[in-house]
Design a protein around this ligand. Structure first.
Ligand code: NAG
Ligand code: NAG
Ligand code: NAG
Length: 113
């Protein structure tokens, strides 16, 4: 190997992990610091009411347990929500996609955890 080859080899050894790090940061999920934030509650209530509307099930929002958000075109929220189904509390994981410029939210996924 000549010096140039070694240089590029070393360079890629340095750059690859940096690139991988950057790739996971952009679009990565980060914890929501304050799950008492009224907007987070609103997203959680939306998820439960949307799920109830779509599935005609009897589920009532109780509280948010934890949450993460992800910057996409808008914002993705992945929340662990406690909801009340016929008197029994259960935890669900909901993913909501918010498009603030349209003032609209869409429920991407809702499942028991
Ligand atoms: C979280 O948000 C709620 C409602 O806005 C506020 O009352 C509370 O002080 C906040 N807590 C923290 C730790 O920022
Ligand atoms: C769950 O719902 C039942 C009846 O709908 C109610 O009696 C109970 O207090 C609720 N529990 C919680 C934790 O909200
Ligand atoms: C997103 O939600 C809006 C109403 O909130 C609805 O009109 C639209 O069809 C939904 N889009 C998708 C992809 O579910």
């Amino acid at each position: 190997m000549n010096n140039k080859t070694i240089f590029f080899l070393l360079l890629s050894l340095v750059l690859l992990p940096l690139y991988a790090f950057a790739a996971t940061r952009v679009g990565g999920w980060s914890p929501i610091k304050n799950i008492s934030d009224p907007h987070i509650i609103e997203v959680g209530e939306f998820a439960v009411s949307e799920y109830t509307r779509e599935t005609k099930s009897d589920l009532n929002f109780v509280t948010i347990v934890s949450g993460e958000s992800q910057v996409v075109a808008g914002m993705n929220y992945r929340l662990v929500i406690t909801a009340n189904h016929t008197g029994k509390s259960k935890n669900y994981e909901a993913i909501v996609w918010e498009k603030p410029w349209l003032k609209s939210m869409n429920l991407t996924s809702f499942k028991p955890v």
